[in-house]
Design a protein around this ligand. Structure first.
Ligand SMILES: CC(C)(COP(=O)(O)OP(=O)(O)OC[C@H]1O[C@@H](n2cnc3c(N)ncnc32)[C@H](O)[C@@H]1OP(=O)(O)O)[C@@H](O)C(=O)NCCC(=O)NCCS
Length: 181
């Protein structure tokens, strides 16, 4: 099963630029982003089971899911998925983040992320953006990063504003944000 998930992830290399890093774990002094692989499928599944309100139609677990089947489905529709860990405790998964909706023509890509509730408001997500932005510029040639937040999610809205995103569109229930890179 490890093979299936890892093969799906690395198959996405074909849509990235030349020189794509083979196993793009990303680190700084605060955060470790580790590419999702088979040993992490159970905590990854737990995150999505706990954060029910954050999931959308693509990321909501269904009753028949096992951690492996769920991870395979998510990996098949996302460009890249990382687990988030604190650099001071890299064995513990505290959240996840992902890239998706890569548009080769417009060179835009969408990013989303979530932390388990007990790790929020501790300054973890800001350094995640500091890792993701150079990664998408270097490996995909992304010229604009997008995020979608629920219209009522004040924390996410404040975060995207703080990260320099501007509103690009709105529906009744969500806001679309864009940041030229
Ligand atoms: C939104 C979320 C990712 C923020 O992560 P975080 O690590 O708690 O954020 P940080 O501690 O790095 O704070 C960064 C900024 O986010 C905003 N923010 C974070 N939590 C906030 C809160 N409870 N109230 C208001 N603003 C908040 C602030 O602008 C903050 O900057 P500041 O500390 O200078 O005020 C986190 O609350 C979360 O995982 N929520 C559930 C999933 C989600 O909504 N994801 C976003 C949509 S994709």
């Amino acid at each position: 099963m490890l093979f299936v998930i890892d093969r799906l992830l690395y198959a996405h290399k074909s849509s990235a630029t030349e020189g794509y890093e083979e196993k793009p774990d990303l680190t700084n002094n605060r955060i470790v982003l580790r590419v999702l692989s088979q040993p992490d499928t159970t905590p990854f599944f737990d995150i999505h089971t706990r954060l029910v309100a954050w999931n959308d139609a693509k990321t909501t677990p269904i009753p028949a899911d096992t951690p492996s089947s769920f991870a395979q489905r998510i990996v098949s529709v996302f460009e890249m998925i990382w687990t988030i860990r604190s650099a001071s405790d890299p064995g513990r998964i505290i959240g996840e983040c992902a890239l998706h909706r890569w548009n080769k023509e417009t060179r835009e890509m969408e990013f989303n992320a979530a932390l388990l509730p007990e790790y929020r408001r501790r300054g973890f997500m800001t350094p995640v953006f500091s890792l993701i932005i150079p990664f998408v510029k270097k490996n995909y040639g992304v010229t604009a990063l997008k995020c979608t937040t629920p219209a009522a999610n004040v924390k996410a809205i404040r975060l995207t504003e703080k990260m320099g995103f501007k509103v690009a569109g709105k529906t009744n229930s969500s806001m679309i944000w864009i940041k030229p890179l």
